[in-house]
Design a protein around this ligand. Structure first.
Ligand SMILES: Nc1nc2c(ncn2[C@@H]2O[C@H](COP(=O)(O)OP(=O)(O)OP(=O)(O)O)[C@@H](O)[C@H]2O)c(=O)[nH]1
Ligand SMILES: [Mg+2]
Length: 709
């Protein structure tokens, strides 16, 4: 079967490639206003009139000389190296508001011997500056079709599709952009004649590329004919020695060409937009005010999450309680099944569902920040603040994505320019507090901080828990860079994108997709784990033991209802209870009893599981006919066997810190294994994170005991 024609979208970072790709193919790939959003190759079907083609979205490139891993992916796709096949057409995205630098890449892309169509983006930004670009003249100068588009609005996309179809039929590579050195041309002529004699008719560009790099697909083809391959090797060595391929000369030539071309198609002059943005940057990246603003923004984010989610949570909790009661009533005759469905499944999923509002608010706010272009400024600030410890400003964006989820954060570390910084970023990314930790914080803050200190401190506590990861990352990176990771680090370079208004569509899509992921996790892992934990906590059970517990209760004349006592004793005697009490001594120094210990251990595969498992461990005495037991209250009232209160604010903070730092996520460890291609690093990460979590939890509890919390 003939494979579909392949079209790859290539361009500078943040030029609008993914926006265009989404419009062309109807995909929903992530779009945000900073360079380095797309870090892998993404393929989708592009439906053209009369034919179907494969379309590739790839990471952004400043040049075809790749440094970081994401750039390598993009260069491979453009050149058809490695596993990739050579594209039949390149759609080169040129950002009209930054034409000169974008043309530099074009001048390299033009030499690939592949037909090119130019999509001109950001013409609206240019217009805001009162400037215009002469697309027809640009098309004549480049020798290719140039289509102005506004990718995110779909403007110009139909015309672009037609043009792609036409160029797939009869497109040709662009005219050469820079003059090639005479020494190179001499060799090319000789080799072309030599190839013609063996019946190979190839373009001069093919020969140039094969001379520049032996990895080139055409060079590989030539490699199959030994005597010609030998001539290529000889010519390559000679040219390399004479410095024809010295970067600075070619680079200077390309910039000269790009500059002169730009001045021919865009009138020069002042840019009011740039002037405004420079003034804003002065404040936002100021070494003092910038930091104050950054801290305020972040504090605002967490305060908003804490404040606005409350009423929605109550509503959801009410619905779940009502639903549990309804189902419980239907299953009245079968206490075992009733308990499984109501206490295990419904309560388990419900206890996680109530956190959906916070998660959605968090993602909406992150998407707003991503849309404005502020994040790149924050990265700039962070570089100044944290550069000394080796936490490059470039690392800030992967770290910030890790606040949503560590997995895309770890992937985003591909933009790091050198392997050393990349590895350091991967290893600290999971310290950032992901959205799955949010439920634990909200639960404990709601139970122990807010009642005692008020809502203001509750919001602050939430902010502090998120700040903690970043604060811990600093010494960790310092230690990693000092001894554990070898290699050289490259300096920090990050392009500041133009300020833009966040797009409602991007925000809604982010909420929808992240919310869906959250619900799917809640619906699968938590569903399965709830059943497992419920079963382990309900068996073994026997009527004989039950009678014995009832008698115990009567003899000792204990307080509280007899049912609650029996359930409590049964839980202690269950598989899970026995297991928890065996492990209990390990966590006694941190102030956790066997119930918390068990919940912690159950949550190692995925930390979302902790809230439902605490629900099962603490919902003793819950009556299915009433509203589900409020876990917050149950935690607050829990005691040690001798009647001491189990949880003090100190223990609660210690527990939150434990959850903030512990490596409780199999998927993250699997991602680290994949991205570092080794088992050693995920194991290392698991040990250092969990060790740190344990030590800090113990320290906090011990301090609490001393100061009498
Ligand atoms: N004003 C304007 N903004 C645009 C246009 N096209 C894209 N954008 C915005 O530019 C930003 C970057 O868009 P993306 O599509 O993510 O850019 P990209 O080239 O895929 O970026 P990387 O994946 O990081 O290389 C987003 O904020 C888009 O909304 C356009 O034509 N005009
Ligand atoms: Mg992209």
């Amino acid at each position: 079967m003939n494979p579909q024609p392949l079209v790859a979208i290539v361009g500078n970072p943040n030029a609008g490639k993914t926006s265009l790709f989404n419009s062309l193919t109807g995909s929903h790939q992530k779009v945000a206003n900073y360079p380095g959003v797309t870090v892998e190759r993404i393929s989708a079907t592009l439906q053209l009139e009369g034919q179907t083609v494969e379309c590739l979205d790839i990471p952004g490139l400043y040049s075809l000389e790749a440094q970081s891993m994401d750039e390598q992916v993009a260069v491979d796709a453009v050149m058809g190296r490695g596993e990739e096949r050579v594209p039949d057409l390149l759609v080169c995205v040129l950002n009209a508001a930054n034409l000169e630098r974008n043309l530099f890449l074009f001048s390299q892309v033009a030499e690939q011997g592949i037909p090119v169509v130019v999509a001109l983006t950001m013409t609206d930004l240019l217009r805001e500056d009162g400037k215009a670009i002469d697309a027809i003249k640009l098309s004549n100068l480049l020798g290719v079709d140039v289509i102005p588009v506004i990718g995110h609005r779909g403007q110009g996309v139909d015309l672009l599709k037609e043009t792609i179809a036409r160029n797939l039929e009869d497109g040709h590579p662009p005219s050469p952009t820079v003059e090639h050195p005479a020494a190179l041309e001499e060799e090319v002529t000789q080799l072309a004649e030599r190839l013609a004699r063996v019946g190979m008719d190839v373009s001069r560009d093919d020969i140039r590329r094969a001379l520049r790099s032996a990895d080139d697909p055409f060079a590989a083809r030539v490699g199959e004919i030994p005597e010609i391959s030998a001539e290529f090797d000889r010519a390559r060595e000679k040219l390399q020695a004479s410095g024809v391929f010295a970067d600075h000369r070619i680079v200077a030539d390309r910039y000269k060409w790009a500059g002169s071309l730009t001045s021919q198609v865009i009138a020069s002059g002042v840019s009011p937009r740039k002037w405004r943005s420079d003034r804003l940057d002065k404040v936002l990246t100021h070494r003092f005010f910038g930091l104050i603003i950054f801290a305020t923004v972040m504090y605002g984010v967490f305060q908003a999450i804490y404040t606005f989610a409350g009423p929605m949570m109550d509503a959801i909790e009410g619905c779940i309680g009502w639903f549990g009661g309804l189902v419980g009533g239907l299953l009245e005759g079968q206490p075992m099944i009733q308990s499984l469905v109501v206490d295990g499944i419904i309560a388990g999923i419900g206890s996680v569902l109530v956190f959906l509002p916070q998660i959605l608010i968090l993602f909406a706010l992150i998407a707003v920040l991503e849309g404005t272009g502020y994040l790149a400024r924050a990265a700039f600030l962070m570089d100044r603040l944290l550069g000394w410890c080796g936490l490059n400003g470039r690392a800030f964006i992967p770290l910030l994505s890790s606040f949503a989820c560590a997995i895309p954060g770890i992937m985003a570390a591909r933009v790091m320019p050198d392997p050393k910084s990349r590895l350091a970023t991967i290893l600290v990314a999971p310290l950032m507090s992901c959205s799955a930790r949010l439920p634990v914080y909200i639960l404990l803050i709601g139970a122990f901080i807010e009642p005692e200190f008020g809502a203001g401190w509750a919001g602050f506590a939430l902010f502090a828990m998120h700040f903690l990861g970043l604060a811990i990352a600093v010494p960790v990176v310092l230690v990693l860079n000092k001894g554990i990771i070898k290699g050289r680090r490259l300096p920090f370079l990050l392009e500041l994108p133009p300020y833009q208004w966040p797009r409602l569509r991007d925000v809604l899509l982010a909420m929808y997709f992240r919310g869906k992921v959250f619900l799917v996790t809640a619906g699968t892992i938590i569903f399965v784990m709830s059943i497992v934990i419920w079963a382990l906590s309900s068996f073994p059970r026997s009527a004989e033991a039950e009678a014995r517990y009832e008698q115990e209760h009567r003899q000792a004349q204990k307080e509280g209802s007899i049912d609650a006592y029996v359930q409590q004793r049964q839980l202690e005697d269950s598989f899970l209870g026995r297991f928890g009490r065996t492990i209990e001594p390990v966590f006694i120094p941190a102030g956790y009893d066997w119930r918390i210990t068990t919940a912690i251990l159950c949550a190692f595969p995925a930390r979302e599981v902790v809230v439902p498992s605490m629900g099962i461990m603490f919902a003793v005495g819950g009556d299915a006919d009433e509203e589900s037991v409020d876990l917050r209250k149950a935690l607050d009232q829990a005691t040690w066997p001798d009647g001491r209160k189990l949880m003090t604010p100190w223990t609660a903070v210690g527990l939150m810190v434990f959850f903030a730092l512990c490596a409780q996520c199999m998927s993250t460890l699997a991602t680290v294994k994949r991205e570092t291609n080794s088992w050693g690093w995920p194991v290392f990460m698991f040990v250092y994170m969990s060790g740190l979590a344990y030590l800090l939890a113990v320290a906090i509890h011990q301090v609490g005991l001393r100061v009498g919390g």
